[in-house]
Ligand binder design. Structure first.
Ligand SMILES: Nc1ncnc2c1ncn2[C@@H]1O[C@H](COP(=O)(O)OP(=O)(O)OP(=O)(O)O)[C@@H](O)[C@H]1O
Ligand SMILES: Cc1ncc(C[n+]2csc(CCOP(=O)(O)O)c2C)c(N)n1
Ligand SMILES: [Mg+2]
Length: 324
């Protein structure tokens, strides 16, 4: 049976040696940030809450654990730098699966140039991966609180795919673009850094557009007029549900890991041009308002009540319900 130190060695072997004053192996990592401010975030993925071992490979789990943290750094406009990784593993977890998890994480870390500088192992009944990630800012952070009435609201990519992917995995489907969005979210790091030059506020959509837009509105003390028929939906979601239902699923979403950005109208043309040049897809979906209420209209002009987003402690959150 491999011991704790074999686990540490196996995991570290997946990553290049970090170029920091003190890396893995001592009581703390020691980092030397450049002069800009540091962003710090932490997020966990937990077996049977964020993934199941029947539907995610170890590499998917490693990828997703880092992706959800990178998405928070992206939402602030930060450049990813260093992370630590706390793993809780069942006692019988095979070492080769740990290596596969490490390789899935290391591939995404390499793509975003973030270095593993430390971590922790513990035994546990369920598998969980908790990361703390840092990023550096070269400009003021993109917070949730800076939006003003009249700012235009943009969303990146497409919404609702990861939710569809989860339902497909629960129904036994193991392939396709929606399943990939659920297992392998791609954090919008480059877009976040670009958006920090133009946007007044931003956040990443992890709990669903309708919930996370509420956070932006509350923090910025604004309301919103959202155009449902502008919500970007993928061909896969549209094919699975039809356009009208696809838009409702895009609104409810969950685990989209897209960015929601408020941009002052005077900066919107330059923002759109910069996104075009960098091949970053963004869609204008509404406008922020002085009246602190929500106005969502469907294509027929009917007002809609926003659906609830994901809440870990709500009674129905252990699973997406069959009638949901
Ligand atoms: N245990 C905690 N101690 C201190 N602050 C916390 C704690 N849990 C959450 N927060 C803070 O509350 C805010 C909302 O947390 P939440 O986890 O919903 O973040 P999020 O970015 O909206 O979502 P996600 O976790 O999906 O990235 C964050 O600023 C977070 O730092
Ligand atoms: C097995 C399983 N059950 C449910 C879900 C759905 N889910 C889990 S966490 C979350 C919101 C974001 O997480 P957090 O708020 O922790 O960042 C969502 C939509 C899933 N992916 N897998
Ligand atoms: Mg977030």
């Amino acid at each position: 049976m491999p011991g704790e130190f074999d686990f540490i060695q196996r995991f570290l072997a997946c990553f290049p040696r970090a170029r920091v004053p003190v890396g893995p192996g001592d009581d703390c990592a020691v980092l030397a940030p450049s002069r800009g401010a540091l962003c710090v975030t932490t997020d966990a993925v937990v077996e049977d809450v964020h993934f199941t071992r029947a539907t995610f490979s170890p590499a998917d789990i490693g990828h997703k654990a880092l992706a959800v943290n990178l998405s928070d750094l992206a939402a602030m406009g930060a450049a990813p730098r260093w992370f630590v990784c706390a793993l809780a593993l069942p006692r019988d977890f095979p070492v080769r699966e740990l290596s596969a998890l490490g390789r899935g994480m290391a591939a995404l870390a390499k793509a975003h140039r973030i270095a593993l500088v430390g971590g922790n192992f513990t035994s546990a009944r369920e598998l969980s991966v908790t990361l703390t990630a840092t990023g550096e800012l070269s400009h003021p952070p993109l917070t949730r609180a800076g939006a003003r009435p009249g700012d235009l609201l943009y969303v990146s990519g497409t919404l609702g795919d990861a939710r569809l992917g989860l339902k497909q995995l629960q129904a036994g489907v193991r392939r396709g673009s929606a399943v990939r969005r659920q297992r392998r979210p791609e954090p919008r790091v480059a877009l976040g850094r670009l958006a920090a030059r133009f946007a007044s506020a931003g956040l990443d959509v992890s709990d669903g557009l309708s919930q996370d837009l509420g956070h932006l509105c509350a923090a910025s003390r604004v309301g919103v007029a959202l155009e449902l028929d502008r919500l970007p939906v993928s061909p896969a979601l549209r094919a699975a549900l039809g356009l009208e239902q696809a838009r409702m699923e895009a609104l409810r979403g969950g685990e989209d890991y897209e960015l929601l950005l408020a941009v002052p109208p005077a900066r919107a043309p330059a923002f759109e041009r910069a996104c075009g040049r960098s091949a970053e897809r963004v869609t204008r979906v509404g406008v922020l308002t002085r009246e602190r209420q929500w106005k969502i209209r469907d294509a027929a002009g009917r007002p809609l009540t926003p659906p609830d987003g994901f809440d870990h402690f709500a009674r129905s959150s252990r699973q997406i319900q069959a009638d949901d």
